[in-house]
Design a protein. Structure first.
Length: 82
């Protein structure tokens, strides 16, 4: 099984396919195959974007929690520790 391309690779291949589809020299016998491949690449890109968004959301939530915890620590009465 072939490893799916990375986002940049998939986008570059999509650009190539788009150029082919916009050109006058695309073989009709190849058309369906190129459109199918473009669909696969779009799915790959969407999946990678969704994963990246989830990762960023988690990192931001973790940072927000850290900042909240840090603010709570700053609000504590230092005399209460005595």
């Amino acid at each position: 099984m072939t490893k799916p391309p990375g986002y940049a690779e998939a986008m570059a291949e999509l650009e190539e396919i788009l150029d082919e589809l916009e050109g006058d020299h695309l073989d009709v016998d190849v058309l369906a195959e190129r459109v199918r491949r473009a669909s696969e690449l779009l799915t790959t890109c969407r999946d990678r974007i969704a994963r990246a968004q989830a990762d960023v959301d988690k990192i931001v939530a973790d940072l927000d929690q850290f900042e909240s915890d840090d603010a709570d620590d700053d609000d504590e009465d230092p005399a209460a520790d005595d």
